[in-house]
Design a protein. Structure first.
Lengths: 129, 129
């Protein structure tokens, strides 16, 4: 049985993919894949996703250069979530942080706290708009 | 601004929550929360979710005893995914594995491979059905 046969894409044909830094274990981001972006991820060894807001197939790093080299693709017991271990170049987050999860709950959610250093500004990554 | 004000629940009132072992960094599972389950998670310090299949509010470990003690709740740049660091008692997976992500792609997805030892059978956890 192919690994793909275990997967359940949702009614929009999408599956969430968690990307984790293979070296540090830091969870970097979560984004959505369709079957084509998963196949491109497998065949090229670089993560590809489906943007729900832009309705667009995209390769992580295509604008920023911050590509993710895939080391390992796992899927969960229900087959409805992927976990990808990758080598991250630069910042995973479009806001210039290593991880998209750079803010956390503080005081029982009364406040949010930034827990990471910003590596670059979005302007430094993408240029001025 | 409250941390909650940064969050975007989807059209069903849900947000995905990635649970990561606080000690090892292993990603254990991904499940969905509504506002009430997130508030219960914050107030009790144990993870609570919303089951989309059973349409039911549930505490992780309520049947199995495999509770998750919350150490840290982060959210991503778009505010549409949570990352929870927790101390896991026993197996996170209802199939008896430490992590739900116990299978991985092999040979470019041609096969799936089990990468973890099963700690308990489901019958040992939940009793015979």
């Amino acid at each position: 049985m192919s690994a793909y046969d275990n997967l359940k894409f949702n009614s929009e044909g999408l599956i969430p993919a968690i990307v984790q830094d293979a070296a540090s274990g830091r969870v970097l981001m979560m984004a959505w894949m369709n079957r084509a972006s998963l196949e491109a991820t497998v065949s090229t060894g670089k993560t590809h996703f489906w943007s729900r807001s832009r309705k667009k197939f995209w390769m992580k790093g295509e604008s920023s250069g911050h590509v993710q080299i895939v080391k390992y693709i796992a899927f969960d017991c229900d087959g409805d979530t992927l976990l990808i271990q990758a080598e991250q170049t630069g910042a995973a987050c479009h806001e210039g942080y290593r991880s998209c999860f750079f803010r956390s709950f503080e005081d029982g959610g009364a406040k949010a706290r930034v827990t990471e250093k910003q590596l670059q500004t979005p302007e430094e990554i993408y240029g001025k708009k």
